[in-house]
Ligand binder design. Structure first.
Ligand SMILES: Cc1cc2nc3c(=O)[nH]c(=O)nc-3n(C[C@H](O)[C@H](O)[C@H](O)COP(=O)(O)OP(=O)(O)OC[C@H]3O[C@@H](n4cnc5c(N)ncnc54)[C@H](O)[C@@H]3O)c2cc1C
Length: 593
């Protein structure tokens, strides 16, 4: 391995450590990159068990009633505050400890059921859903996943009941997208009983209202001059904890308290370490996996609201003596929102089921869900905004607020560009390693290498000659399933060609990575839609329903998604990348001078 190769390998390893891709088990998304359709991950479409469904239905009924009566999203936005009465009400319904085990005062809901709860809140008020996510999806998640029994007993009951609130503090001035660059220091005390924390965090949701903060800081690695990130449980009553800004004024999700805080020689007992010392990055990135799943649920809820508002307006507003819904360019927008909302829900449900089934290595799928749903929601809001014309711009309608609120989604919990690049690179790693094995063996043949290269070659060759089977049960979906299988085959071919053509430099080629990641995301989204549709058709058939369910939104999504995939793959060879990069280079050089 030459020096450049070694450096690249190190970078990939660091990227994987950074985003905790885990071992190369063949999950659904990684399977796509190998030309496989890992059907048992996605089919049949997951269902919440009947007993849990009854409990969920009752909870949703209670939640809807509470939200209808007490949640005023416009007022929350105006006042830039979520009233304590709303937080208390959510706590009473159990929302603030939904997935915490019952023994610690939680409701013990599955992630799929929890997503339904978040969808309901996301439908009405983004400030409130982000607040709940900051407390429950990420704030107390490290404690739930990595806490010892003692830590859970001590902290969880009050956090699950909402008597206390949680927060998750990773971001700093120099550690935004580059999450591994945390600078906050944690120095062990001489007697080893505690750590002394110093540094600042910014953009932290709930920072000033939380009673428990999961804080990422750097600890020394024994026997070396290096440091590694460790997760600590910090409470604001610890001497030296200072809120620098409780509520940073901001554009959207204004009801949330986004704050900055500093730690000055804060003594944190060693018993407050979450997980293994030095493994805080793994803690942080695993926590974010959960956050990204509920992100998908909140975006689904908001997309459903877009659809409702769009239909309502298109059916009532008249211009040119017709209601707007008569015009094809309005119909186009409504149909697209309906198709996307259907897909977002399907994708969220399937991804949440990976967590509930205890599958490992779903990091790619949660990243795909986050990027896909946040980008689609932005489009949905843009469409419903346009349908409303000038009225959308006025503050008496919720649309300008929804637009302001939605913009953070593409930035928070991993900027979409960073996740897009991650999806492509981690996905391509499997086939990339196989090609490397073959290439290295050709350059330096050895008996040991030959058998590995033979297996890698067989795998690569197999994927190029075999179109994967997509097993649907409904006859009317076979044509879609065959198209999906062929597109996976084409995708694998395109991935192989990109790897062979560009080799190591592909690590820096984000324009190529984006097309590959976009195609992979649409393949995953189409799969979830097909799986959901298949299950709905089968369910109606078993029920003996006379009229078939309305498939139009799902059918449209599949057609549009397949067309997009063909476009992304086509653009790998037909693009303006050179001109684009030259233009950017020229602009950047001018600005720099
Ligand atoms: C309202 C709000 C609430 C938040 N809540 C929390 C919280 O509770 N806890 C917490 O820890 N953090 C929180 N954050 C922080 C959030 O996660 C970060 O803002 C986010 O990670 C991006 O970091 P940054 O803002 O420093 O942007 P930067 O890292 O400076 O990135 C700016 C832009 O550069 C581009 N970019 C960066 N890196 C790359 C790359 N490798 N390739 C291509 N493009 C790239 C992206 O377009 C990105 O949007 C919150 C932020 C906001 C605004």
């Amino acid at each position: 391995m030459n020096k450049l190769d070694a450096q690249r390998q190190k970078e990939i390893q660091q990227a994987e450590e950074l985003l905790f891709a885990g071992p190369q088990a063949l999950g659904f998304a990684k399977g796509l990159f190998q030309g496989h359709f890992v059907s048992d991950w996605v089919m049949p479409y997951p269902r919440i068990p009947a007993a849990q469904q009854t409990e969920l239905d009752e909870t949703l009924r209670e939640l809807r009633q509470f939200l209808d009566e007490h949640l005023d999203a416009a007022e929350i936005d105006r006042q830039a505050d979520i009233p304590r009465s709303v937080i208390d009400g959510l706590a009473r319904v159990g929302v603030l400890g939904m997935t915490a085990p019952k023994e610690y005062g939680g409701r013990g809901f599955s992630q799929m059921a929890n997503c339904k709860v978040l969808e309901e809140i996301g439908r009405r008020c983004a400030s409130t859903s982000v607040f709940v996510n900051a407390h429950h999806s990420i704030g107390i998640r490290a404690l739930l996943l990595f806490g010892t029994r003692e830590q859970k007993q001590q902290w969880l009951p009050k956090l699950s009941s909402g008597e206390q609130l949680g927060s998750f503090a990773l971001t700093e001035k120099e550690a935004g997208s580059d999450a591994a660059n945390v600078q906050m220091q944690a120095r062990p005390s001489e007697d080893g009983s505690h750590f002394i924390l110093n540094g600042e965090k910014r953009y932290i949701t709930n920072a000033a209202i939380a009673h428990e903060l999961t804080v990422m800081a750097r600890t020394p690695v024994p026997g070396s001059d290096k440091t590694a990130i460790t997760a600590f449980l910090v409470t604001p009553d610890m001497p030296g904890f200072e809120i620098l800004e409780a509520r940073m004024p901001k554009m959207g999700i204004r009801g949330t308290a986004t704050g900055r805080f500093a730690l000055h020689d804060v003594k944190v007992p060693k018993e407050n370490i979450l997980g293994t010392i030095g493994k805080g990055l793994k803690v942080a990135l695993t926590v974010l996996d959960f956050g990204r799943t509920t992100f998908g649920a909140c975006c689904t809820g908001a997309a459903k609201t877009c659809l409702e508002l769009a239909v309502q307006h298109a059916n009532t507003r008249k211009q040119f003596n017709k209601t707007l819904g008569n015009f094809e360019l309005v119909k186009k927008k409504i149909a697209r929102i309906a198709a996307d909302a259907y897909a977002m829900e399907a994708m969220t449900t399937v991804t949440a089921s990976f967590i509930d089934r205890g599958l490992e290595d779903y990091m790619l799928e949660t990243a795909m869900l986050k990027v896909f749903t946040t980008e689609r929601l932005w489009e949905c809001i843009n469409d419903v905004f346009q349908i409303h014309g000038g009225a959308a711009y006025m503050a008496d309608l919720p649309l300008e607020r929804m637009m302001r609120d939605a913009r953070i989604n593409q930035i928070g919990e991993g900027a979409n560009e960073v996740l897009t690049s991650f999806i492509a690179l981690v996905g391509m790693r499997g086939p990339g390693m196989e090609f490397k094995e073959i290439y290295d063996t050709m350059m330096k043949p050895s008996r040991d290498r030959m058998s590995k290269a033979w297996a890698a070659g067989k795998n690569r060759l197999g994927a190029t000659i075999r179109v994967p089977d997509v097993p649907v049960q409904s006859d009317e979906l076979r044509a879609h399933a065959r198209q999906l299988g062929r597109l996976i085959w084409r995708f694998n071919f395109a991935v192989n060609r990109a790897l062979i053509t560009y080799r190591e430099p592909i690590l820096d080629m984000q324009l190529v990575q984006e097309r590959i990641a976009n195609a992979a995301m649409d393949l995953f989204a189409s799969t979830c839609v097909l799986s959901r549709l298949d299950s709905e058709i089968q369910f109606a058939r078993r029920n003996g329903d006379a009229a078939p369910p309305d498939h139009s939104a799902a059918d449209l999504f599949l057609r549009q998604s397949f067309r997009r995939i063909r476009g992304f793959l086509g653009a790998l060879t037909d693009n303006d990348d050179k001109a684009l990069l030259a233009t950017a280079k020229s602009c950047l050089a001018k600005t720099a001078s």
